[in-house]
Design a protein around this ligand. Structure first.
Ligand SMILES: [Cu+2]
Length: 320
């Protein structure tokens, strides 16, 4: 019953570790199913023994003292041999699976992810590209993600692609994953890290390999020409107000590091660590008062004239 409920709850809507989309999660799902099968088998056998023992008692009262097994043998088999065998099988399977999951691949794509309260910085050290909250990877190619944290312990979890690995300040942990097919895979911080822990999500976006190369090239190309029209005014406002103190935009004087890099913000699908869709309405609402969408996050409300807000929106959406 409990097992049926768990399986039922896992099958719907939100990403499930039982719906693997890559070799690492596939392996984890296999171990999960094996554990479930063994647990169900033990449950059924114990249930059957309970029924049997209730019948046996009645038989004994009637003077029939035949036993299928001596009491000692029963304890040795049911209490020692069988549990040892089950635990041994699970130990071998989990240890060998863990070893397989941590095995280095040849020529992986290297990515660094740093956790912040409550968002993710994403760096491609070999291409000198920095972005946030959305991790582009080439489908079919192994990826090696080096994880660390700027503040407290976070945990990186993309259920459809891999297991969880913690991001620990001052330490570098490695997670290896491959996305078999192009697609969008939702990730989530899986270690309680403060008030907006639940809204510390992200996307892994697996692109066709050529589309991924294009994406990297676009991001490492020299910064675009200074924007024109309202976006130009937006850049001036961004650089001359508090925004630049917390955010970096490549090719401008904005070099802040306490908020996400916004160099490519216009090409992101989401806003606020995969909280809402990135569109003009949500962006305007976020800039004026990010606290309304994500209470307690570390971006303060900003007071702006309506035309300044429009200019900032035009500017950020122009950065792709
Ligand atoms: Cu977190």
């Amino acid at each position: 019953m409990a097992a049926a409920l768990v399986v039922g709850a896992c099958g719907s809507g939100s990403p499930s570790a039982l719906d693997p989309k890559g070799p690492a999660s596939e392996r984890i799902a296999q171990v999960w199913w094996l554990m479930l099968a063994l647990a169900v088998a033990v449950y059924l056998v114990v249930g059957a023994l309970i029924l049997l023992s209730s019948r046996r008692k009645r038989a004994a009262e009637e003077g029939d003292r035949r036993l299928p097994l001596s009491e000692n043998a029963f304890i040795w088999v049911g209490g020692v041999a069988v549990p040892t065998a089950i635990l041994l099988v699970l130990a071998v399977v989990t240890v060998s699976s863990t070893a397989e999951l941590t095995q280095a691949d040849d020529d992986p794509l290297r990515i660094e992810v740093e956790g912040f309260k409550w968002w993710w910085e994403v760096r491609y050290p070999d291409a000198d590209v920095v972005t946030a909250n959305e991790i582009h990877v080439p489908a079919g190619r192994p990826v090696e993600i080096e994880l660390t944290s700027a503040d407290v312990i976070h945990s990186f979890w993309v259920p459809e692609l891999a297991g969880k690995v913690d991001l620990v300040p001052g330490q570098r942990n490695v997670l290896r994953l491959t996305a078999d097919e192009p697609g969008e895979y939702r990730g989530q911080c899986a270690e309680f890290c403060g008030i907006q822990h639940a809204r510390m999500a992200f996307l892994v976006i697996a692109d066709e390999p050529t589309a991924f190369e294009d994406w990297i090239e676009r991001h490492r190309a020299p910064p675009p020409d200074p924007p024109a029209g309202p976006a130009a005014e937006g850049e001036r406002i961004f650089e001359s107000t508090s925004c630049a103190g917390c955010h970096t935009i490549r090719g401008t004087s904005a070099r802040g590091t306490s908020g996400p890099d916004l160099s490519d913000f216009g090409s992101r699908r989401t806003l606020g660590a995969a909280l809402v869709e990135n569109n003009r309405g949500n962006l305007g609402g976020w800039i004026v008062n990010a606290q309304a969408l994500k209470p307690g996050n570390l971006m303060p409300p900003v007071s702006l004239e309506p035309d300044e807000l429009q200019a900032l929106i035009a500017y950020l959406e122009s950065r792709r």
